[in-house]
Design a protein around this ligand. Sequence first.
Ligand code: NAD
Length: 380
Amino acid sequence: MTTIGVVRETAPGERRVALVPEDAGRLRRDGLEVVVECGAGAGAWYADAAYAAAGATVTSRVQVYADSDILLCVTPPDDVDALHTGQTLVGLLAPLRDPVRCRQLAATGVTAVSLDLLPRTLSRAQAMDALTSQANVAGYKAALVAADAYDAYLPMLMTAAGTARPARVLVLGAGVAGLQAIATARRLGAAVTGYDVREAAREDIASTGAAVLTLDVPAATGEGGYARRLSEDESRAQQEALDTAVAGFDIVITTAQVPDGRPPLLVTAAALEALRPGSVVVDAASGPLGGNVAGSEPGRTVVSSRGVTVIGAADLPARVPQAASSAYSRNLCALLAGLIRDGEVAIDPEDEIHAAVVVARDGEVVHPRVRAATSEEVPS
Ligand code: NAD
C-alpha cells in the first residue's frame, strides 16, 4: 500500500505544512497510509493529535523518510540526501529558479514532481493549481501588511472629530495576487487603482470596481497569457509614466512578475522620493531574483529618511499559514488523485499534466526546460 509522508518544512520562516489533518483523513479513507513528522503542522496550528485522530501515524523525521513512497513538502527540504531511490517528492520545488537543487534532487534517484510547472490554463488542472492558491493568500496578506504599516485609516470615516478621506491605494500587477490585493483593500474601504501591462488584466481590474490606471505603454501579453518582458524602450516609457503616477498614492502594492525571470522594476528610487511621508510600499514580488521596488530586500522593512516605508514582503503565504496550508493541501490531494493508480504511483508521460510536472526521474533531470536551465543537453 502506498504511504504518503509529510515532513516539517525547513526553509527559514516557513510555517506552512503540505498536508492538513482533514486531508490526511481523506487520504486514509482512500486506502493510503499517512505518516507525519512530529510537529510538522505546528507552525500552522495543526497539532500532532489532530493528524493522529485523522488516522495518520505521527513519528520521527527519520521514520517518515524511511517509510514514505510519496513525500509531500511545500518547499524542498534541506536534507535531500535523506531521500532514496523509488521515492516520489512532491512540492513547489522551484526547479527553474534553483536548477542546482534540482540536480541534487535528481541525483538521489527520486521522482521529483513540482507544482510550479503545472499547465495552469488546463481546466482539469485548476484544483491542483498551487501557484494560484498561494498567490491568492499572498495578495490578501499584502493588503493587510500595507494597512498595518499605514498610520492612517483605509476607509473614509466620518466622525464628530472630522472626516478622514479614504487611503489611495495603487496595485501594480493584477494577476492572481494583485487582484486579491485589490479586492482586499477595497473591502477595507480604500480607494483602489490597479495597473497591469496585460489587456485582459486591465479588464479584470475594472470588473472588481477599482479604477484602472492607464499609461501610454503598449499592452504586453506573451506566451500562455502571461506578461512578456517589456523591451528596453517600453520599460523606460513605463518607468517615466509610473514615476509621475505613483506620487499621488498613499499605499503602493506591487505584485508584477514575468515567468521565470527577474521581476520588472516598477517603483524607482525617484518615485519613492516623490511619495509623501507616511506612505507605504509593499513589494510582494520581492524575492531572491529582486523585486518591483528600488532597494527593497526580501524580508526587510526600510523606512527612508523622508518617512516612506518600503516592505520587501517575500514570505506572504507563510504568514497566513493556516489558510495557505489548507488550500495547498487540497491542491496536493487533487494532484495525488491523478498520480496514484491501484495504490501505486503511476506516471504517464503521455498525460499532459504528468509530463509538465515531473522534473526528475531515475537519477536524471527529465523536464526539457529544467534540463536547459541546468545546462544539460536535451535528449533527441
Ligand atoms: P504573475 O505572478 O506571473 O504576474 C503577476 C502580474 O504582473 C500579471 O498580471 C502580469 O501581467 C503583471 N506584470 C508583469 N510585468 C508587468 C509590468 N512590467 N507592469 C505591470 N504589470 C506587470 O501572474 P499570475 O498571477 O501567476 O498569473 C497571471 C496569468 O496566469 C494570467 O495570464 C492568468 O490569466 C493566468 N492564470 C490562468 C489560470 C487559469 O486559467 N486557471 C490560473 C492562474 C493564472
